[in-house]
Design a protein around this ligand. Structure first.
Ligand SMILES: Nc1ncnc2c1ncn2[C@@H]1O[C@H](COP(=O)(O)OP(=O)(O)OP(=O)(O)O)[C@@H](O)[C@H]1O
Length: 292
């Protein structure tokens, strides 16, 4: 029996236990240029995991431009909770643009999704559900998962209070970028962003944007998101850091001059000032292999 539980993943503390130091270390050393997001995520996850009797599931909504680390940070969270990280059977990733593509099948998707979440949490109360491209998800589908995010004690005999839901989207990216750009123009540090303001702007902009799946969603209306986490556009130095990290991860010598050269070749905006990388650190993989 012991050997079995050693080899096969189970919903117990051998396989699921929060490594707070590990997450802090990963956020400090591997996530670049996202001090505000790192701070919020560390606070949210450590408080939640330390509480043995939470009143509701943890709901994080990660917002920001492409390639700024939203999926990456989700992997870091999973890695520091589940021994198998993203490979864990208890971590469920849905990509709205892949899984829920046909608008005529919405009713089927709704009942499948509800069954999937219910079934998985029945198996393991410490499950994690990640929804990528959340803004592309049909509002009706978002509303279908709303009951799971609420303060209910149990739904059909199952408690969802220890579950973590992470929503990832580009919704609100414009307002985040605008705020970061204004700070830059005023010569202020990007960490000086007033979190309360950004959170308010993000929730307002995702709620009122009728091209976003969040549009007038009950998720926002009922205040079920615990943290709106902003990811800022990345600057040249962050792209250099990403490239250095990639070289190391691939067992290649870390050549800063090469990293700087490749980083300079990326597209930056605004066009004249070249402050922020258009694609963040996304797609760098293919760029550096030939150069090192
Ligand atoms: N802030 C960051 N710090 C370190 N690495 C980063 C950061 N942002 C992006 N990366 C690197 O770039 C890759 C792509 O980033 P990621 O998938 O997290 O972007 P995203 O914000 O989720 O983008 P999208 O909105 O397009 O899904 C990551 O796997 C990671 O290697």
């Amino acid at each position: 029996f012991n050997l079995f539980s050693y080899v096969y993943e189970r919903c117990d503390s051998n396989w699921i236990s929060f490594n707070a130091k590990g997450l802090q270390n990963d956020l400090d050393t591997r996530l670049f240029g996202q001090e505000i997001a790192a701070l919020l995520i560390m606070k949210a996850v450590s408080r939640f995991m330390a509480n043995d009797n939470p009143k509701k599931p943890l709901v994080l909504s990660l917002h920001g431009p492409s390639g700024t680390g939203k999926n990456f940070v989700t992997e870091l969270i999973a890695k520091n909770i589940y021994k198998k990280g993203m490979e864990s059977d208890f971590v469920n990733l849905f990509v709205a643009s892949n899984h829920f593509t046909h608008s005529n099948k919405m009713e089927t998707y709704k009942s499948q999704l509800k069954q999937w979440i219910h079934g998985n949490v029945t198996q393991c109360e410490r499950s994690m559900f990640i929804f990528d491209n959340m803004d592309k998800m049909h509002p009706g589908l978002i509303d279908a998962i709303v009951p799971f995010l609420n303060y209910y004690n149990k739904i059909d005999g199952v408690s969802f209070r220890k579950v973590i839901f992470i929503f990832i989207s580009n919704a609100g990216a414009q307002i985040i970028t605008q705020t970061a750009l204004e700070l830059w123009k005023n010569g202020q540090d990007r960490t000086e962003i007033k979190l309360k303001d950004v959170e308010k702007y993000i929730s307002e902009s995702v709620f009122n944007n009728n091209s976003s799946g969040f549009w007038h969603s009950r998720l926002i209306e009922e205040n079920l998101v615990d943290y709106f986490v902003p990811f800022l556009p990345l600057e040249y130095e962050h792209v250099v850091q990403c490239l250095m990290a990639l070289m190391k991860a691939n067992g290649l010598p870390q050549k800063r001059n090469v990293a700087r050269r490749i980083a300079r070749d990326q597209i930056y905006f605004p066009k004249f000032e070249r402050v922020f990388s258009l694609k963040g650190c996304k797609g760098l993989h293919n760029r550096f292999c030939d150069d090192v």
